[in-house]
Design a protein around this ligand. Structure first.
Ligand SMILES: [Zn+2]
Length: 350
């Protein structure tokens, strides 16, 4: 018998450090952030429930995703989930928009029991919350998983990552199929939900130029089927394949200029396309040089909230990005020479 193919993610998973002790009655995190609701900018309440986590991360996992670091693979009881909810609901008082994340799929009933989900949704509707965002892998987007007795308007965020099957399979290690994505978007809409798609910018093995083209193409493909698209520049999360590659200088986080190019090229699509880069401006997240990181991140935030545009952004590092983007076609991976971003790498300046 030939030896079965063992995905790289499995080696990384096996080398994980011992899981941290997690208090099961406490959510992973809570915060507020500005978000667009209809035509208004409102303060949204955000929380991450601590759950068993994503079933796929237990099986193999995606190359860039470190959310399993915040999960409890043995599971979290209904009582503990309700205790977490008691703490979260206080921070949602007076809010009109809520985002209830898990480090997996809110719509997976083996991760978030349907009874608990129903209680949470009904509670939020009673509190006057108008819209709630949850995340799910597409395989759980089925009406029986969000047929709540009473709920705010549901927005389902789905990680498409890429519409290119090779990128999905080899770079991301995700088993999503494009026709299935289209089908679940229709299912969500037919059952009264909105859909937000996540598209990755620069998953492993793609250079800067190919990464931009892949994100633009994926957003273009997805736009007719979704309400919003968030461009997610890949960032370095702990104990992931991406972190291993980054440590070995075989991949570098994308430039913020690349994010700007993707958004500019997607501005006329039939869905709103924006970006809120996780870890933006740091070595582990999308970044430019120290002189312009803040300016570009501010511009991206204004763009996300519907004010201003991304024209007129300038910095001397832009020409370096142009050169590296061109050169990236000649490199065999997503790395670039050290020192091109001032304040990062080995400190050399060009
Ligand atoms: Zn700069």
């Amino acid at each position: 018998m030939p030896k079965a193919f063992v995905p790289l993610t499995q080696f990384v998973n096996e080398s994980k450090s011992i899981p941290r002790e997690h208090p099961l009655d406490q959510p992973v995190a809570r915060w507020t952030e500005e978000e667009v609701l209809g035509e208004e900018v409102v303060e949204a309440g955000v929380a991450i429930l601590r759950t068993r986590g994503c079933y796929w991360s237990i099986k193999e996992g995606c190359s860039m995703c470190g959310y399993f670091n915040d999960t409890v693979p043995g599971g979290v009881s209904n009582d503990m989930l309700h205790s977490q909810w008691e703490k979260i609901r206080h921070s949602l008082k007076g809010k009109r928009y809520a985002k209830i994340y898990t480090s997996g799929s809110f719509l997976d009933p083996t991760e978030v029991p349907l009874d608990f989900a129903n209680d949470v949704m009904s509670d939020m509707a009673d509190m006057g919350i108008e819209k709630v965002l949850v995340e799910s892998l597409p395989e759980f987007v089925h009406p029986k998983h969000f047929n709540y007795s009473n709920s705010p308007k549901i927005e389902i965020a789905i990680g498409l990552e890429s519409s290119n099957p090779v990128v999905l399979d080899k770079s991301v290690n995700k088993r999503l199929r494009w026709p299935h994505f289209v089908k679940v978007c229709k299912t969500a809409h037919e059952n009264g939900a909105e859909v937000k798609a996540y598209v990755l910018l620069k998953p492993p093995y793609l250079g800067e130029r190919d990464a931009i083209e892949d994100a633009v193409q994926s957003a273009t493909d997805a736009a007719p089927y979704v309400d919003k698209i968030s461009i997610n520049p890949v960032n370095v999360q702990k104990n992931t394949v991406v972190e291993k590659l980054w440590f070995r200088n075989e991949w570098t986080a994308p430039w913020l200029w690349s994010v700007v190019e993707v958004l500019e090229r997607c501005k006329d699509l039939p869905a709103k396309v924006y970006s809120d880069p996780t870890g933006g401006g740091t070595r582990r997240g999308a970044h430019n040089c120290n002189d312009c990181n803040g300016q570009i991140l501010d511009a991206l935030k204004e763009h996300r909230l519907g004010h201003g545009n991304l024209k007129g952004l300038e910095c001397e590092c832009r020409s370096r990005w142009e050169v590296l983007k061109h050169q990236s076609s000649y490199r065999r991976n997503g790395a670039e020479p050290h020192g091109y971003r001032r304040g990062f790498g080995n400190g050399r300046r060009f």
